[in-house]
Design a protein around this ligand. Structure first.
Ligand code: GLN
Length: 549
């Protein structure tokens, strides 16, 4: 009864376009930087003129990371098509300067959800639905669709987690099948760790040997090993790794610790990662990698003429990854401004009315972060009061913008207990309120205002000065909005809506013109900042901070 003789589920890859598929797996430990290696390899291939995309397969059961606490998994990155995705997609966009979509992030939850939905609709025609072939076919399908739809030369698929984890087994199995089916059009880059034992004064290759053995047990021979290390790998060590792991010595690539992730493409070029990949995939190519803009960016980044310190007020500060895109946006904006931007993370729960000034002492600028829920909200509002009154440049993002509206309502307009109805549903002044469309939704996953929306910017504003255009598109992730009933009162008192979504009549940007630089954005500018295109609002904010210092 378990026989599945019907071959219809098995995909025929012979009919595929000439897309090449590179899989990036990880061994020994997590956090080795598979996302950065994937993005760097993609950058090098892109710099030779290839059309490349990167995909992340996440083995957890959540359908998307939208419902994950930032402490669990870092920031939730939002694509322009409104997908709530893994933060690695942010790296992909920042490196390639190319948007990603829902198809670039697949989770086990999503895979099972679609297989189960098909089963319920009877699409498997009475077959026993199994991990092989049904789950692996679903995974393959999602890899293949991406390659075909975008007409890519290369799809780089990063597999989350570490080889040997129970939950990543179906993914490694999928890689095994694809290597078999695609031959030299598929390649596996395995990222591993070469630890340094200080007591022995030695780099150790055994964990790498074992992780390659794990892969072999699952039927996958890695083609290239990228070895994370704190010290240089000499030729003898490379030969040893090659011998034990069945790879050529030239396929042992060193990935040494470096001070900025933006060095990694250049380090990988020095190690010939891209030429090795092309050679292994039988691609004859003598085009040069053109990385002039990248090198220029690095030069600016490393030679600042100014230095500022900006407070990042949020409640997930213990884990830096929670604000990944914001931190990277400051790196991009700092480079353009030739300004080193130090970020001081301040926990909003530690700020109160009495200590706010003291806590923010010495800060050249203040950013209040996005977020959800009541915890730490008053500290954010108190920090904004200091920024507003002491004329310290301020950028509020999403919840940060909403807090700026609440603060202004309470302290300038005298609306006692003004609040967002998210935090206090009985506030007498719901200056931030839920949108009508959101009121009957009870599910939490994927139900917010998500993705890209147009916004029209007033000519006479800081935002316009930054963007130099009136028509912008920015990405959103929220349920609550500026309450239009209060628009006139706020404008009269000096907080002006300077960006409007004209289709839905929603306030997207607020500013205080009587302040050196006070901007709140309902959207998330940080998702759109890239090395090639630093975000105008961050660039203008850093510029204002620099000027104000
Ligand atoms: N919690 C707020 C809302 O849902 C803000 C969300 C955010 O900052 N991303 O509207």
């Amino acid at each position: 009864m378990h026989a599945h003789t019907n071959n219809s589920n098995y995909l025929n890859f012979n009919t595929m376009s000439n897309t090449k598929y590179i899989f990036v797996t990880g061994g020994v430990t997590s956090s080795l930087g598979k996302g950065i290696i994937s993005a760097s390899l993609a950058k090098l291939l892109q710099a030779r003129g290839y059309k490349v995309t990167i995909q992340k397969l996440d083995p957890y059961i959540n359908v998307d990371p939208g419902t994950l606490n930032p402490y669990e998994h870092g920031e939730c990155y939002v694509t322009s098509d409104g997908a709530e995705t893994d933060l690695d997609l942010g790296h992909y966009e920042r490196f390639l300067n190319q948007p990603t979509t829902q198809g670039n992030n697949v989770t086990t939850g999503r895979v099972y959800q679609s297989v189960i939905n098909k089963e319920r609709k009877g699409e498997y025609l009475g077959e026993t639905v199994q991990i092989i072939p049904h789950i692996t076919d679903e995974i393959k399908n999602r890899i293949k669709i991406l390659g075909n739809q975008g007409n890519f030369d290369f799809v780089i698929t990063e597999i989350g987690g570490v080889v040997g984890d129970i939950e990543s087994l179906p993914y490694v199995e999928t890689v095994r099948q694809l290597k078999w089916e695609l031959g030299s059009n598929a390649l596996v880059v395995h990222l591993t760790l070469i630890p340094y034992l200080a007591a022995a004064g030695e780099l150790k290759t055994k964990p790498t040997q074992h992780s390659v053995k794990q892969m072999l047990q699952l039927g996958v021979q890695p083609d290239i090993l990228v070895c994370r290390t704190e010290h240089q790998l000499n030729q003898g060590l490379r030969n040893k790794i090659a011998l034990f792991c069945n790879v050529e010595p030239t396929s042992v690539i060193e990935s040494i610790d470096t001070d900025t992730i933006y060095n990694v493409p250049l380090l990988m070029r020095e190690e010939n990662l891209d030429t090795e990949v092309l050679r292994k995939m039988n691609v004859k190519d003598n085009r040069k990698t053109v990385l002039d803009d990248w090198t220029k960016f690095l030069k600016q980044l490393k030679n600042p003429t100014h230095e500022v310190t900006i407070a990042l007020v949020g409640k997930y500060i213990e884990l830096k990854d929670s604000y990944k895109s914001i931190l990277e946006s400051f790196v991009h904006a700092g480079a353009v401004n030739l300004c080193k931007v130090n970020i001081k993370m301040i926990h909003s729960e530690e700020i109160n009315e009495e200590n706010a000034e003291f806590m923010l002492k010495g800060m050249d600028g203040i950013l209040v972060a996005p977020g959800f829920g009541n915890r730490g909200i008053e500290g954010k509002i108190d920090a904004i009061k200091v920024a507003r009154e002491q004329k310290i440049p301020f950028l509020g993002i999403c919840l940060g913008m909403q807090c700026a509206v609440i603060e202004f309502g309470r302290n300038v307009l005298g609306y006692e207990n003004a609040h967002s109805s998210e935090m206090n549903s009985r506030t007498p002044f719901p200056v931030i309120d839920m949108m009508e469309e959101q009121k009957n939704i009870t599910d939490l996953g994927g139900t917010m205002r998500l993705g890209s929306y147009p916004c029209s910017v007033h000519k006479d504003s800081k935002a316009y000065e930054a963007y130099q255009t009136q028509d912008i598109d920015e990405r959103h992730r929220h349920r609550y909005e500026f309450n239009n009933e209060y628009r006139d009162a706020f404008s009269k008192a000096g907080m002006i809506p300077t960006g409007i979504n004209t289709n839905h009549n929603l306030v997207e940007i607020v500013e205080i013109p009587d302040h050196p630089w006070f901007v709140g954005a309902q959207f998330h500018p940080e998702y759109k900042s890239t090395v090639a295109n630093p975000h105008p609002l961050f660039v203008a904010f850093v510029k204002a901070v620099k000027k104000n210092k």
